[in-house]
Design a protein around this ligand. Sequence first.
Ligand SMILES: [Ca+2]
Ligand SMILES: [Ca+2]
Length: 246
Amino acid sequence: MKVKKWIPVCMLLLLAGATIAQDTTRPQDPPRRGGGQDGKRKPPQDGMVKPAMSDTIHGSIYADNWFAMYINGKLVSVDSIDFLPHNVVNVDILPEYPMTIAVLAKDNADPKTGCEYGKQIGDGGFILKFADGTVTDAKWKAKCFFYGPIDRNTTEPKVRTDPLPEGWQNPGFDDSTWPNAVEYTQERIDPKEPFFQNDFKNAKWIWTSDLDLDNTVILRCRIDRAGWKPRWNTKPDLDVSGPAPK
Ligand SMILES: [Ca+2]
Ligand SMILES: [Ca+2]
């Protein structure tokens, strides 16, 4: 009976060994060349042209402390670490112009007090660069929706919270009356190590006018490319419009 029990265990171990062996021989991701296997573009099927990796651009984003980014109304990236350590998020983006970028960015702040670590006032900061030349700067729009502690009073802290406006992430949203973003120096933000390991050249640190007390902000920007047309003619059929973060 003991022998019978050992047979399945041995088989499992053999299978596990085979899986591990397969994993160790898995090839590295190929360089970004686009098209089908071996980097060769497949011929169109019935006139269909599909987007390839060679149509995508790289993007790097760093937020103090967290962000959710929408492009043309679709959620494309969420900071995978909400608090610490400060991290850089690198993403592939299939750009379509005009391209409206809308970012919900949050400093680490208690919703009831606006403070962190008990009674401390923390600061925010956001920077982004895409390989098409898109960078954060004072041309972006920025508005605060969670402010505090009011008057920097950390003894009896009070906050002001406004609901996020309907459709804030969509291209058609009217942000014409919003203030422009404020640029901050690298010294003022004091970014941590991952920032220096990524390419943010020409990008500026932005936030609203109060880096300390404006704790939740929306940052928006529209990138135009006159005459741009997609190389592909296929459109997604799936629905990825889910509930937006608050
Ligand atoms: Ca703060
Ligand atoms: Ca912070």
